[in-house]
Design a protein around this ligand. Structure first.
Ligand code: R5P
Length: 289
């Protein structure tokens, strides 16, 4: 087995190769002068079971992913497991308005064309996996979040909305602390409203746990409520740190600590999901046998 490191997932690929104890194949991926992508594997994969890792951000990572799948097949790999640590476009998983694409499905259809198996982490909705006709595994990032939070001495875990309740509960259980949740309503792409709620957080260190921090609107509104309730500190920890629209600048000075996993690599990447993906690969291999 060899791990092929997509250029937007180099750190995670390195970790994964280390955990699996297999060789890492680096990639030359750079733009031509006209902006089109050039890719080349820097080591052979003939006859190998390949694990190709590439996230979906920014958008050009998706083109690179398709080109790398082709390169791996072309180089004679025995099998290809595609690991997409952050599955972008997952939130457009249905047609909300006439004329829209079902973007999450469009991506699924194309990823599986050149792959024998598929792994992702904390996908927005499970039904996206139903669009894959190859064996697919979704790995939960919650154990990695919990492991990271062990070092931050948290008293309470809070889910910023009902959708994150299960994740926050799992993290709190692993930490042996209480958990609670807030009610969120999304007004538009950048604005959310959180219903005021009495939370027992005075003087406590709270971790807001979510799958994604995108614009930061959810974390900011949740933090404001908790600061008003006299919280000692707020840590915002997520699996996928998108940090769009100046999210980090807007959270700075309000949120005490922001961290994400390496499903999207950024200055806030503080922990890895490599061990969890390695477990996912074992599960997938059983299905592929
Ligand atoms: C929503 O379904 C997700 O779990 C996140 O809460 C959301 O994507 C966060 O977005 P933002 O940071 O833009 O509020």
């Amino acid at each position: 087995m060899k791990v092929v490191a997509g250029s937007r997932s180099r750190r995670l690929s390195r970790e994964l190769a280390r955990v699996l104890g297999v060789k890492l194949v680096e990639v030359d991926a750079h733009p031509f002068p006209d902006g089109e992508k050039y890719v080349r594997l820097l080591d052979g994969v003939e006859g190998e079971d390949v694990v190709l890792v590439q996230t979906t951000r920014p958008d050009d990572a998706i083109v690179e992913l398709f080109l790398l799948q082709d390169a791996v097949r072309e180089a004679g790999a025995e099998s290809v497991i595609t690991v997409v640590p952050y599955y972008g476009y997952g939130r457009q998983d249905k047609r909300f308005n006439e004329g829209e694409a079902i973007s999450a499905r469009a991506l699924a259809r194309r990823i599986q064309l050149d792959s024998d198996g598929f792994i992702t982490v904390d996908i927005h909705s499970e039904h996206i996996l139903g669009w894959f006709s190859i064996p697919s595994v979704e790995v939960s990032g919650a154990p990695a979040v919990a492991e990271y939070l062990k070092g931050l001495d948290v008293d309470v875990v809070v889910a910023p909305d009902r959708g994150s309740l299960h994740r926050a509960g799992a993290v709190a259980e692993k930490l042996g602390v209480e958990f609670d949740f807030l009610e969120k309503r999304r007004i538009d792409e950048r604005t959310v409203e959180i219903t005021p709620k009495e939370l027992d957080v005075e003087g406590k260190k709270v971790a807001i746990v979510d799958d994604i921090i995108s614009t930061g609107g959810t974390v900011i509104e949740a933090t404001r409520q908790m600061k008003a309730a006299g919280v000692a500190a707020v840590y915002a920890v997520c699996t996928h740190g998108i940090f769009a629209a100046n999210a980090l600048e807007r959270m700075a000075g309000l949120v005490d600590w922001v961290a994400s996993s390496d499903t999207i690599e950024s200055e806030k990447t503080a922990f890895t999901v490599a061990d969890l993906i390695a477990e996912g690969i074992s599960l997938l291999q059983e299905q592929l046998r």
